[in-house]
Design a binder for this molecule. Sequence first.
Ligand code: NAP
Length: 563
Amino acid sequence: MLPRPARFRQLSSFPFTSKSISPTLSTRLNPRHYSSASSSASRPLKVAIIGSGPSGFYTASRILNSLPRDSPNGNNVEVHMYERLPTPYGLVRYGVAPDHPEVKNCQHKFDELSSDPRFKFFGNVLLSSQPSSSPSTTTPSSALSPYTYPHSVRISFDDILPYYSTLVLTYGASLSNPLSSVNGSSSSSNPLENVLPALAFVSWYNSHPAFSELPINLKRIEEVSIVGQGNVALDVARILLKPLDQLEKTDLSNDVLEVLAQSDIKKVRVVGRRGPGQVSFTTKEFREMLQIPHLSFNGVEPGLMAEAKEMVGNERMKKRLLGLMEKPISNDGGDKLFELDFLKSPNTFIPSLKDSKKVGEVEWNLNQLLSSTPSPPTPPKSQDSAVPSPSGVIARPTGEVVRNKADMVIESVGYRSEPLSGEGEGWVLPFDEKRGRVRNVSGRVVDDQGVVVPGIYTAGWAARGPVGVIASTMHDAYSLSDQLLDDHFNSPTTGSVSSPLNPNPEEGIPEALTRAQQKGGIVVDLDSWKRIDETEKRRAKELGNGKEREKFRKVEEMLSVLQ
Ligand code: NAP
């Protein structure tokens, strides 16, 4: 291992100009090959990607596919991917619904990378400037699960930056948007039991180690209210309402299936602060809801529907969705009720009369819809007095309130990213606290003054916020990678801008990683991940449950496979 360079704590002088920001390059699905002998063609491209979810692995694969190994620059490129869990795939493993296995097929992009020797995976490695790296720090979402990744190898950005010419932040959105002004919410000062952010509930059923020990018990839970009307809300409603035999063959772990088997749920209500014309969920996902066996749905009230139809006018997709919402259905006698409720924002989550630690009711503010001139989006969508929206329809409280029974409340009001800033004097990632994402313009990370930090990029939900499906994340990652390659190979070399990266990166893997391993830390490389993966598949076979895998729910279990 090379000794630590003397300039370790200095900002290196980068052969970039502080150029003006061009709009994101249009995405070309076929990678452009970078084989021209430009002035910077021989400059090594050594990329660190933080986060191994879809935006991370699509970025890695785009970069490597654009520089085939037999091309002039092909042997001058390396991509290293860091991930705080031992397992790759991020949202695909821990966010995508278990009954949507076709969406998980994108994992094969990651698997393709494993055959390229220029790609390395460092799982179970947590960059120490993350707040969650400090055992004493909890974040809003972790108030429920104060998980601090205790088994991970901790290193800082300063430990890795001298080893890379380029850094790409693709660590997604792992916090919930808080409803802190709502009494009894999970982020309030007096959280009630059985009030959970969707992030926590989804992570629990998908066996994310940070949430696998949430004390979820669905016995004696009869009515659930879900706040928010996006696709995540429908994912949760579907998992709660689907008959068990439709979930048994998915990758839900046996522990989770046992909890679902105990469920007494009779009604799930998905509640929006605006009207039927403003729901965020999509037609395909709503249609899937309506196909659940034994489900009944009463259809949206005609008065509300007429108003919504007028509002959406000729928008074809919205009209089709409203058409579906209109019709009542009752499948196989319909003993489980699914309801859509509108024009209601949570005011207070009220303790149950039987057990004051638990939620028993929700008091909602009734809203009316007002049109406003379209305003730029102002995320995070959090508190709810008057809510502007890109469609120009806002919800304003009327002053009236209503209540309904709720034995469980799921807060499904969007996600936000973690700031990777931390204590200490090391390099701090520019982060937009208000919007809950990495500070960037078209994927180029910018400092507080809006000046591009050369060589540092971001893609996916960490860049754009939690919007879009995996396909849009892929397009975003491809577009960002093309921009990154253009910058690297075609940027003018005059002028210089301070950068924490190293234009002549140190060879090999960061010394801090090697040191941590010598002290007993476990870094999960691709071979180790394959062993964990195979063991999960073998467990499913041994249990004979017909599933593809029986997921490990704890990091200790994953790491024990490697000992
Ligand atoms: P989302 O689509 O942005 O929906 C968030 C919902 O929360 C909206 O109905 C929003 O209402 C509401 N909301 C926000 N703040 C609120 C507040 N303070 N009080 C009450 N309601 C509030 O987000 P998501 O459901 O978390 O999904 C994230 C992304 O993942 C989306 O792009 C989604 O399509 C995607 N996704 C896709 C799938 C799939 O394809 N199957 C599955 C899951 C997720 P307003 O509209 O009034 O702001």
